[in-house]
Design a protein around this ligand. Structure first.
Ligand code: GTP
Ligand code: MG
Length: 150
């Protein structure tokens, strides 16, 4: 089992998509183990998106992600990182399949509604540590776990 960091970005919050997105992950069987509704400051944004600091879109990306509240979450489950990435769709909503979050709710690369840790080794743990203290992640069993896993 694995944990991944997921964030409903400011556009998703403003468009009232938090519930819809949480529902999709709950329905899939993933377990919510941490959540906070926060406005990211510039320092955290620059650290979170550090891998993109040399890209031309970095300034716009930091401005956007700090422009309003985000719903930051940690979801746990079998192969959670890859499963969430599949459910999100491609980075560009225009190339995302219907049925994915970005394919159902987005049109534009710079307003793609959701973030999820990528499959690069350790990026999930790095992002979880940036946003959450260990005692903010809850250890519990979902009552349907024996029906979700063999
Ligand atoms: P995140 O979950 O947000 O990290 O998206 P991702 O992993 O699918 O994409 P990536 O990490 O490569 O890029 C981070 C974010 O930068 C994307 O979600 C986009 O919003 C934005 N972005 C990426 N590439 C471009 C680009 O070429 N132009 C612009 N304007 N934004 C971009
Ligand atoms: Mg990324």
């Amino acid at each position: 089992t694995e944990r991944t960091f997921v964030m409903v970005k400011p556009d998703g919050v403003q468009r009232g998509l938090i519930g819809e997105i949480v529902s999709r992950f709950e329905d899939r069987g993933l377990k919510l183990v941490g959540a906070k509704f926060v406005r990211i400051d510039r320092d955290l944004a620059e650290r979170h998106y550090g891998e993109h600091e040399d890209k031309p879109f970095f300034g716009d990306l930091v401005s956007f992600i700090t422009s309003g509240p985000v719903m930051a979450m940690v979801w746990e489950g079998q192969d959670a990182v890859a499963q969430v990435r599949t459910m999100m769709g491609e980075t560009d909503p225009a190339e995302s399949a219907p049925g994915t979050v970005r394919g159902d709710f987005g049109l534009d690369l710079g307003r793609n509604v959701i973030h999820g840790s990528d499959t690069e080794e350790g990026s999930n743990e790095r992002e979880i540590d940036l946003f959450f203290d260990e005692d903010e992640l809850l250890d519990y069993e979902r009552s349907d776990e024996t029906w979700l896993y063999e």
